[in-house]
Design a protein around this ligand. Sequence first.
Ligand code: MG
Ligand code: MG
Length: 286
Amino acid sequence: MNSSLGWLGKSVSVGVRSRSSHMRSSIQLKSLRELGLMREAGLVVAQALDLVRQAVKPGVTTGELDQLVVNHFASVSAVPLFKGVPSSIKGKPSFPAVVCASVNEQVVHGIPGSRILKEGDVVSIDTGCRLNGWCGDSAFTFAVGNVSLEKQRLLDVTRETLAIAIVAMKSAKTWSVVAREMERYVRQQGMSVIEQFVGHGIGQSMHEEPQVPNYVSDSLRKQDFPLEPGLVLAIEPMVALGTRNVRVLPDGWTVETTDRRAAAHFEHTVAMTSEGPRILTLLESA
Ligand code: MG
Ligand code: MG
């Protein structure tokens, strides 16, 4: 873990690496062969989320969704990335499950278990695996049965924010241009970008440089990075209906909005190539 707040990374304001030259030199660019291997890992993650998608309905527990992913990863000899990640909070247990399941006001890092999903909930499922030494990481927020128009808009806006980022990568030279478009879109919709957590580089490790924020800050301007072939990013906008402020529950993991209004989280592992961005965690190759 490269973060004291959990594996999504943390606010770039911490500034351990403040010089962009240092940041760039620590980014590991991948060869075409390596991108092929990362696609295989990404496909396994996409299949896992598709199994979850088919299973989400009122009456299902978050633990049952976790078990589906446990079984899928085992069936293809993929190693789960989340189970056993140490807590960044002293004295708290390591993460006990293979998926994060975050319901309604929970933003990220919810622990799956006996909670029964009910009509009108939204549940964010985040998971990752390592296959043949390479990692994939993806998340999707699902509606449980019929949800309110407000929650459906939240899902639509968050998913669209991720799509806007990937389209923007076709022409943007640096990440800050993409982050600005994501932030602008969310604000236009009257919602908030969660700033406490950010995306990350990914490769043989789940978390590599650089940090990939969904908003522009002074520290991003200092740590901006070029979108060049071989760069692989886990891009993961988290959007809230109300406040962007979050807190961690006493379990040491679950992050919720302080106003307890709903949040959503969508993530893809995306590779830059000479022909533009390629999503590695889609079920079907684009
Ligand atoms: Mg991630
Ligand atoms: Mg993830």
